[in-house]
Design a protein around this ligand. Structure first.
Ligand SMILES: C[S@@+](CC[C@H](N)C(=O)[O-])C[C@H]1O[C@@H](n2cnc3c(N)ncnc32)[C@H](O)[C@@H]1O
Length: 228
């Protein structure tokens, strides 16, 4: 879907947290999205330990949204990567935000403000490649279900970050999660905020070893999965 128009159905909750009117869910926790990302996606994928000593590491994501996850992982990468190592992030997004929406969504966290400014300076809702030197970001603007089966990359870690499964079922379809498994390196991992039984069963059915972990804030559980 090249040249998709920016997402228009956005509302703003407390703390300027973006909420999708299309899906009836927030992009991240209104309590503290950055802390949630660090708990669910970074710790859930054993980062930074998983990339220790690696010259190259590849993360893939379902649902780029505001880019918060990517900024959080880049901030950690810059502090902990092996000298000269390069991170590749490939993210799939069907309804890209405009630069103004992204800027507003990311304004809350001074600690990632310089990285947010770098991203919003070159972001376009058409997606494509964004080269930050230490990190190469590719955002594919398309329905992940259509795009992922033909993607030829292999990820060391996945951020599975669709909206809640009950509201955004397409992002959790068993066929899509099978494609995620097929595009995961041996020993690679996936993490998600949800512990919905259907999602855990689909991940296990795809071939992952699946575990529940304590969730962020009021969420009791989340899910981590490992390619055997
Ligand atoms: C919870 S938000 C992602 C938050 C994001 N990771 C961040 O850091 O801000 C879920 C995202 O999934 C996207 N999405 C929903 N259905 C999709 C689909 N079929 N293919 C690709 N992206 C989709 C939404 O547009 C939204 O941006």
């Amino acid at each position: 879907m090249p040249n998709a128009p920016p997402e228009t159905s956005l509302a703003w909750d407390s703390n300027d947290t973006p909420r999708s009117k299309r899906f009836g869910d927030t992009y991240f926790s209104a309590e503290d999205g950055l802390a949630e990302t660090r708990h669910v996606f970074l710790a859930g994928n054993r980062l930074p330990d998983a990339w220790a000593g690696r010259a190259h590491f590849h993360i893939a994501e379902l649902g780029f949204g505001s880019g918060l996850n990517v900024l959080a992982v880049r901030e950690l990468w810059q502090r902990t990567r092996a000298p000269g190592a390069v991170l590749t992030v490939t993210s799939f997004e069907r309804y890209p935000l405009s630069t103004a929406q992204m800027t507003r969504a990311l304004a809350r966290w001074p600690e990632i403000a310089p990285l947010a400014a770098e991203l919003t300076a070159i972001w376009t809702p058409e997606g494509g490649e964004f080269d930050f030197g230490d990190t190469l970001l590719r955002v594919m603007i398309s329905d992940a279900r259509a795009e992922l089966p033909s993607w030829r990359g292999t990820a060391d870690a996945w951020f599975l970050d669709g909206f809640a499964p009950a509201r955004n079922a397409e992002m959790w379809e068993p066929g899509l999660l099978r494609a995620v498994f097929e595009r995961t390196a041996r020993g690679g991992t996936a993490a998600t905020f949800t512990a919905a039984g259907e999602v855990r069963r689909s991940l296990a059915g795809a071939g992952f070893l699946v575990e529940k972990r304590p969730g962020f804030g009021p969420k009791r559980d989340m899910t981590v999965a490992r390619h055997p």
